[in-house]
Design a protein around this ligand. Structure first.
Ligand code: ZN
Length: 229
């Protein structure tokens, strides 16, 4: 059996093409359940991953050490290197930490990443006595941490209703712009509704389109055929 769309060879039990996603269904052929000819998910070989994680760990350690030493040698007593170290630590958590796990769970790691960014911003705010952490940095990191992690969790664990997920996501992210503007308003006294209604309007329109695609079968089918959603 071969895929009608891309021509790849398919296992007898295959329900859809693993390459392009086209449904492999023929009404006259009985489907015998059997193993797929292709792996369901692709993971980088262990050797390649472990090479990268050691290399990147050494790079981050050398960069951190260099910053601390240079700052110390200039005898200004750890002035800017604190920021550099905070940035490097955050970068390490986001880029390298997942490489230490065989199958990093994207939902958990997004939560960790947003926490790391929040802690870095807390450090900077305390260092410069900016006074913007509680009213801006914390609520905004928390807001987008919850939204992005929640959206990733829905996409990962809820297999049905992709159009509604996409539409709902667009509308929620669009509306979050108003909260972002509110926190800026509280912190810096900038004018309310100066720009936030544009993303609200644009993303809500896009979101409504996806929801319509979920409600109207022919429209949804037409999009599904083009995009393999
Ligand atoms: Zn195919």
């Amino acid at each position: 059996m071969y895929c009608m769309n891309c021509g790849v060879k398919l296992g007898q039990g295959e329900e859809k093409c693993p390459l392009c996603g086209l449904k492999a269904y023929h009404p006259d052929l009985a489907r015998t359940p059997g193993p797929s000819l292709y792996p369901r998910e692709w993971h980088a070989p262990e050797a390649e991953r472990s090479g990268w994680r050691y290399l990147l760990t050494v790079f981050f350690l050398v960069a951190a050490g260099a910053c601390a030493i240079v700052d110390f040698l200039l005898k200004e007593g750890m002035t800017w290197s604190g920021f550099a170290l905070a940035g490097l630590a955050t970068g390490y958590v986001i880029l390298v930490l997942p490489l230490w796990f065989t199958r990093p769970n994207v939902v958990i790691f997004l939560g960790i990443d947003f926490t790391a960014v929040g802690l870095m911003l807390l450090y900077i705010d305390l260092k410069v006595q900016g006074g913007w952490f509680l009213s801006l940095a914390f609520p905004v990191t928390a807001l987008y941490g919850v939204l992005v992690t929640g959206f990733a969790a829905v996409v990962k664990y809820v297999r049905r209703g992709r159009f509604f997920q996409l539409g709902g996501g667009c509308i929620v992210f669009g509306c979050s712009a108003m909260l972002l503007e509110l926190f800026l308003h509280i912190t810096f006294g900038t004018r309310m509704f100066a720009w936030s209604l544009y993303p609200v309007a644009i993303l809500s329109t896009v979101g409504l389109f996806w929801i319509l695609a979920g409600l109207i079968r022919p429209l949804g089918d037409a999009i599904r055929k083009k995009t393999f959603l």
